[in-house]
Design a protein around this ligand. Structure first.
Ligand code: PLZ
Length: 450
């Protein structure tokens, strides 16, 4: 059943080049795609049907021997690079020792060490505790459970364009219907959605946008009923929407004044992605709870809730857990990834990526009427594609640009409530010459459309 892959080892030793030896997808990927269609549910889709055999630095190698520039990091996960040596070593060592014990049966040190690192690295110098889970959605669900247990309240406030996962509670918290929610209801009650600051479209200052959201909470929910306000400091799947300055601090102040737990969902923005360890750091925002996943463990499934000790400890013993939650191999991966981020200064690397990309994206927007907005922080940048001369979304052009990049060997992702945002999430280990080449491919794809 297995395919004899020409390339079997990844990591940063892979040649750091864009090299196309077949059309995209190539014949072996097409063969695998046919097998996949027979074996895998049609409900699971992929951005581009090239089957990966290796990855590292800034490239993904496919089964046909094509070397693609990776501008997606598997949706902001392989920030330390794919198959990063510190992650691989740490995982291999742990896997050889024991692969599972179940922390809620017999604990082990790796779990504790990851919690210590999270308590130290996340914003705020208050006393903190953490709990580990498997996926981002699971972390968000548990943040809500913890906030409800602490406040004895039920309502959860979320934002337009927000994304929090695909489980029942987190589907209800996610704004966008297609493809995440359609036909999957009914959703959990006591979830209230209020406007997100979206400077390109609402033209409001952070304070104005926050006042708007707060008035909706006051009038439609009542502050005294709200357990948690859950917000992404930059809306990820919603289109890399960076709220206007002051929006997040105003929400924090409102939450504090009303006994509401302020939860920052940093699952996509966390772990150096935006040029700081956490996106909250850019405005000095100190959340009560923070959810993390993705970049935390270099590609292994791990997620966490970290926050104020009095909130985290408000849950009865045994109330939080899960068979695999904080699996020892995933914890080892996280310890490797965090060591690499510290040693290599990947927060600074993310800032440098932003400094290289944003001016070029702005210059591209000057040349092309199709780009309405350029935004982002660090290595989390995007362009919003519009009908020229308007702010109306143009998802067809967005898909065409992404398709042209894919055909040219650059993996880019789209996002946005209207599907009209082209987003960039390179590994923070992306070599500059590859980033430069990826930018040229993206520029060409946009300008080719006239
Ligand atoms: N919160 C802010 O970005 C995951 C979704 C990919 P999980 N975003 C990628 C897809 O199509 O399913 C995400 C996020 C934020 C929560 C999540 C959920 O994290 O690990 O996918 O459950």
């Amino acid at each position: 059943m297995s395919i004899d892959f020409a390339v079997t080892t990844g990591g940063p030793t892979l040649p750091q080049e864009r090299r196309l030896v077949t059309a995209i997808p190539g014949p072996r990927s097409i063969e695998l795609q046919a097998r996949r269609t027979q074996a895998v549910s049609a409900g699971v889709a992929s951005v581009l049907p090239v089957f990966v055999v290796a990855g590292g630095g800034g490239v993904l190698i496919d089964v046909d021997g094509n070397s693609l520039i990776d501008m997606g990091s598997g949706i902001a996960v392989t920030s330390v690079g794919n198959a990063a040596p510190k992650v691989v070593e740490s995982v291999a060592r742990q896997a050889a020792e024991f692969t599972h014990a179940c922390f809620t049966v017999t604990p082990y040190e790796g779990y504790v060490a990851v919690c210590e690192a999270l308590n130290e690295l996340t914003p705020g110098d208050h006393v903190k505790r953490s709990a580990l889970f498997n996926s981002g959605a699971e972390a968000v669900e548990n943040a809500v459970k913890i906030a409800r247990a602490y406040t004895h309240r039920q309502a959860v406030v979320v934002f337009e364009h927000g994304y929090h996962g695909r489980t029942n509670l987190t589907m209800g918290m996610t704004a966008k219907n297609m493809p995440y929610k359609h036909s999957f209801g009914p959703f959990a009650p006591e979830i209230y959605r209020v406007p997100m600051s979206y400077p390109f479209h609402d033209g409001l200052s952070g304070a104005e946008a926050a006042a708007h959201a707060i008035s909706r909470i006051d009038k439609e929910v009542g502050a005294e009923n709200v357990a948690a306000i859950v917000v992404e400091p930059i809306a990820g799947e919603g289109g890399f929407v960076v709220p206007a300055e002051g929006f997040l601090p105003e929400l924090v102040e409102y939450a504090r004044a009303n006994g509401i737990v302020f939860v920052a969902d940093e699952i996509q923005t966390g772990f150096c992605r935006t040029g700081a360890w956490f996106a909250c750091n850019h405005e000095g925002v100190v959340p009560d709870l923070i959810t993390t996943a993705k970049g935390i463990a270099g590609g292994l499934p791990l997620a966490a809730v970290t926050g104020r000790a009095e909130i985290m400890d408000a849950v009865h013993a045994g109330g939080l857990g899960g068979t695999y939650a904080g699996n020892p191999v995933a914890c080892a991966a996280a310890l490797g990834a965090i060591a690499e981020m510290r040693a290599a200064g990947l927060d600074a690397a993310a800032r440098r990526i932003g400094e290289l990309m944003l001016p070029r994206l702005h210059a591209l927007a000057e040349r092309s009427g199709r780009i309405g907005d350029v935004r982002g922080r660090g290595a989390m940048t995007a362009v919003e594609i519009v009908v020229p001369g308007t702010k109306d979304p143009d998802p067809a052009t967005t898909a065409a640009v992404a398709g042209a990049c894919h055909a040219a060997g650059v993996v880019v992702l789209t996002a946005g409530t209207y599907g009209n945002v082209l987003r960039f999430l390179p590994p923070l280990t992306m070599p500059e010459h590859l980033l430069d080449e990826a930018m040229t491919v993206i520029e060409d794809a946009v300008t080719a459309l006239g």
